[in-house]
Design a protein around this ligand. Structure first.
Ligand code: PLP
Length: 422
């Protein structure tokens, strides 16, 4: 069971859901308004296709969503999970150029260490490693540019400030090969699955400017960052950036049901709208895309953003959490970097803070720290040796204290026997 910000196991033990059930729960578990909306919609119309007809729930949510999106994103295409939303974005970007008479623009640019999902197209965009390597024969190769990973940046990690060399690398690529590129895809401001890597301020708007200069479409994958996580409704809002295509998932229904969306500008939409040429259609569609119950949940979740000061609370909680983490971990010998954007946090654990040397993967330090934290009633899950904290936006201050102290306890327990930690 679950209640509010807590998961309850079969023996009745409670755990704070410090990863928001894989980054999806927004207003907490069992929120009465979302539960009621789901029940009411299930009794009215549980499913009907969006192929050839529509239904009020899908229309109402799209209409509401557009009012919250960065201005200019006006068209909504539904799928059922984040990966599918990314597949649609890729197909949209490629076909956009085919429909415009430029089939030669067929390359996609992705950032180092990107993660955009586990289906084949999305998987192709991911960095090398066990999530990608075995499926190599089925994947396409994107063009790669460096990400803004200050802590391990090949150019400016040891300097006092970011010198924007990663943006220069993108500029060089676009100058050399812009005419063959359809789109660049980015996780705006925070690369979640890479370990909550927070890009330097201005990184996203520089990417937008360069894409504009070279007429390359910008796809912002907000599957993880969307719906308030970063302190703004969307991470793009942090820098006033409007992408050409945006992907949404995870928190879109408040974390209650599977739904995702690929949203686009009129410019993109118009390239597909041609009553005289059927081949310009985006031939893609999933059976349960825009399911009425999922859309009703999504609408109810969005209403809570409209009636409650959710974003104000996120910023307050984020500031509180930031102070807490610095008090507890800034001098900890195993905590190399504390990364935070809103309520998205990564604590990168390292064997040596001076050299930034990682622990051997086989030691599974991150995993062991998180398992130990469960003794203190906190469910937290690492990505490698980065401890991820991404609680529901409804998290309370006392719960944040419990989360931080549980991680501290986990570090102490795993540190026993290591001479670098007391
Ligand atoms: N895009 C990003 C940025 C993600 O973080 C994820 C999942 O973590 C996905 C896409 C894939 O979403 P899903 O797991 O719903 O397919």
């Amino acid at each position: 069971r679950a209640e509010g910000n807590r998961l309850i196991d079969r023996d009745g033990r409670e755990y704070i859901d410090a990863v928001a059930s894989l980054w999806s729960v927004i207003h907490g578990h069992g929120h009465p308004q979302i539960v009621e909306a789901i029940q009411a919609q299930a009794a009215k119309l549980q499913h009907s296709t969006l192929l050839g007809i529509s239904h009020p729930s899908a229309i109402a949510f799209a209409d509401s969503l557009v009012r919250h999106l960065p201005k200019g994103l006006s068209r909504v295409y539904y799928s059922s999970d984040g990966s599918s939303a990314v597949e649609v974005a890729l197909k949209m970007a490629i076909q956009y150029w085919v429909n415009q008479g430029h089939p030669e623009r067929k390359r996609i640019v992705a950032l180092d260490m990107a993660y955009h999902g586990d289906t084949l197209g999305a998987n192709s965009l991911g960095g090398p490693g066990p999530f990608r390597d075995p499926y190599e024969p089925l994947l396409f190769e994107p063009l790669r540019v460096p990400n803004g990973y200050r802590y391990r940046c090949r150019w400016c990690a040891s300097g006092p400030e970011c010198d924007s060399s990663c943006v220069d690398a993108l500029r060089d690529l676009l100058e050399a090969r812009g005419a063959e590129i359809a789109a660049l895809i980015v996780e705006p401001r925070v690369q979640g699955a890479a370990g909550m890597i927070v890009a330097p301020e201005g990184h996203l708007s520089s990417i937008r400017r360069l894409c504009d200069d070279h007429d390359v479409l910008l796809i912002a994958d907000e599957v993880a960052t969307g719906f308030g996580r970063t302190g703004e409704m969307f991470a793009c809002d942090l820098e006033g950036v409007v992408p050409d295509i945006m992907t949404l998932g995870k928190g879109i229904t408040g974390g209650y049901l599977p739904l995702s969306a690929t949203v686009a500008t009129d410019r993109v939409y118009d390239a597909f709208y041609d009553l005289t040429d059927r081949n310009k259609t985006l031939f893609h569609g999933h059976t349960f895309a825009g399911n009425p119950i999922c859309c009703a949940a999504a609408l109810a979740s969005l209403r809570i953003f409209e009636t409650d000061p959710v974003l104000v609370r996120v910023r307050e909680r984020a500031a509180f959490l930031g102070t807490l983490l610095h008090e507890l971990f800034a001098d900890h010998p195993w905590v190399g970097e504390i990364r935070q954007q809103g309520l998205m946090v990564g604590l990168e654990l390292v064997r040596d803070r001076t050299t930034r040397e990682s622990f051997p993967a086989i030691d599974a330090i991150g995993w062991r720290v998180c398992m130990a934290a469960r003794d203190k009633g906190v469910f937290v899950r690492p990505l490698g040796d980065v401890v991820i904290l991404m609680p529901p936006l409804s998290i309370e201050e006392e719960e944040l204290v419990q989360i931080a102290e549980a991680v501290h306890y986990g570090l102490r327990e795993v540190g026993k026997g290591h001479d670098t930690v007391d």
